[in-house]
Design a protein around this ligand. Sequence first.
Ligand code: GLU
Length: 407
Amino acid sequence: VTDPLSAALAALLSRHVDLEEGQVADYIPELAGADPSCFGISMVSVHGQIYSAGDAELPFTIQSVSKPFVYALALSDLGLPRVARHVGFEPSGEPFNAISLEPGTGRPANPLINAGAIVTTSLIAGDAFPRIRDTMSAFAGRALSLDEDVYRSEALTGDRNRALAYLTSSQGVLARPANEATDTYFRQCALRVTATDLAVMGATLANAGINPVTGHRVVDEDVARITLSVMSTCGMYDHSGEWMVRVGLPAKSGVGGGITAVLPGEFGIGVYSAPLDAQGNSVRGMAALQDASTRLGLHVFAPVGEARTAIAESTVTGSALNLGLRGEINFTAAEQITRHIHEQVATFPISLIVLDLTDVTAVRPIAAELLAATGAGLTGRGVRIEPIDPSGILGTRSDTDPPPPNP
Ligand code: GLU
């Protein structure tokens, strides 16, 4: 029996399987042999559940979908300011293999076009390829292997990428000799993945850097956030603006036919279908993701309504207000709670507020600060706040949070 989510994904594939437009990439000769009819999708939640349909376990080479993950590794090694001296984070609006170097600095526009990706790869210190392979494997939650034939095929024909590497080298932004940087880049592009791997990799970014299937932290929260930001503005090359409007998910495509898309805090999605449009994006993959975004309501900028309210219960008994909170209390939730408390205090003769945190999963430092300030303001008006906090959530914090404010 398939679960209803996998069944929904299968239905999604069936709506686009007849789409016959596009061409399998052949500028890397070894890619030309891909079966144009194969089509698969996987969706992985930040809780680590995997749903999939079609050829979700069929291996193909990751190609450019590797770029954001190698960027994440460079950011982890060096931090954004040092990485940004070599590669920017502005969309170029140009094709993937464009010669797009910033006048003056010579930096490639962003890490997701080839010039920027090769520079990013050159920043990986030490034994670069094994480190890249291990990081991508940690993102995928399994050991990824190299497709030697695709690697050799690109290494033999990749003169344009070598030319880009020499250009960036002449500008002083490439951190290694050009032939070394391109060789590592060709290997990173030839790592074998499946649609499910791409979904897990995306879900790791969605989950603030922790692989939700293995539970391992791969990169920190800041790195995941920066990587997703760059994917949202530059991930689909010269189609990035239209993609954001129509689909609204940070994503990265590759000429192997794979696409990773991410709904931050919720899901990673991986799709695979080899035929590409003129921009180098999988035709069926894009159609499936646009459909998924519309039907499942996944657009990042879709308005979020009261369904996400942090207030699960609010009752006034005599002079006591009982407030039951739930989920993660972030800035928005704290604003809502503060506003609600002030409305209630203005309406009823309240002298005690019982704040039940039993169902709260996390309290962000800014929320703790705002709630403490609200409490302090009310004390002056004769209203006392009494938290029920059985798991001590007010005292705990995540490892990337800044220190909590003094109480
Ligand atoms: N290895 C490919 C290249 O550099 C990746 C391009 C892509 O996937 O868009 O040409």
